[in-house]
Design a protein. Structure first.
Length: 218
């Protein structure tokens, strides 16, 4: 329906005042004009209403329900294949930073924190070698160490139930304030999963740690 036709219908349907007159013809014409006005409103509203209903029906039929699931893991146990590489690499970096970068004043605290990430039989081995022998040597000689991880050399390998992350970089020890030569080193951290808990939301634990010096740095 064109704009000119709509304007004509509205103009023809203008209501005339019929109050205050006793002429039945004028009264009849007034009511007729009112009827024409309502007809014009109907003609205007009907296509708009139909169009709105059709649009609503199309939107309803084409609707899509999107549920945003929070990142926090659900209760239960995760298989390693369900956990992205980034989380295993972060866990390996966190553990290696605790045991390979330290000063005498914080080494015991860092080793104690690192121990919570381990699973038997590695836990017993760590308690014997690191918590006793290594800590004693660190504190008695005032030895510090820094391990600079080279992210470009980080390698992740996946097996059926385990994930191995290899971290390579430069390691330097200092006895008191005397630095020793830098050494190229790498750590291999083997991980798997156990049922999650509030402290360990993905249930990632470390079952084996391998260490190797490749060559002296420049």
């Amino acid at each position: 329906m064109s704009k000119s036709v709509v304007n004509k219908i509205v103009a023809d349907a203008k209501v005339q005042e019929v109050r205050g007159t006793a002429d039945p013809v004028k009264i009849w014409d007034g009511y007729r004009d009112q009827a024409l006005m309502w007809r014009a409103l109907l003609l205007l509203q009907l296509p708009i209403t139909i169009l709105a209903l059709m649009s609503t029906l199309c939107i309803w039929q084409g609707r899509e329900t999107i549920v945003k699931v929070p990142l926090n893991p659900a209760p239960g146990m995760y298989h390693p294949k369900e956990i992205p590489d980034r989380l295993f690499i972060d866990e390996a970096n966190s553990f290696i930073n605790l045991i390979a970068t330290y000063t005498p004043s914080v080494a015991r605290r860092q080793f104690t924190t690192a121990r919570d990430k381990l699973l038997e039989p590695l836990l017993s081995k760590f308690n014997e070698q690191m918590m006793q022998e290594e800590l004693k040597a660190i504190e008695s000689t005032s030895r510090s160490q820094i391990f600079y991880v080279d992210p470009t050399k980080t390698v992740i390998e996946r097996d059926r139930n385990t994930v191995v992350v290899t971290l390579a970089g430069d390691r330097q020890k200092m006895i008191s304030t005397r630095p020793l030569p830098t050494v190229k080193s790498q750590f291999r951290v083997t991980m798997r999963t156990i049922p999650r808990n509030d402290i360990n939301p993905y249930g990632i634990v470390i079952t084996e740690v391998g260490f190797q010096d490749s060559e002296k740095g420049k």
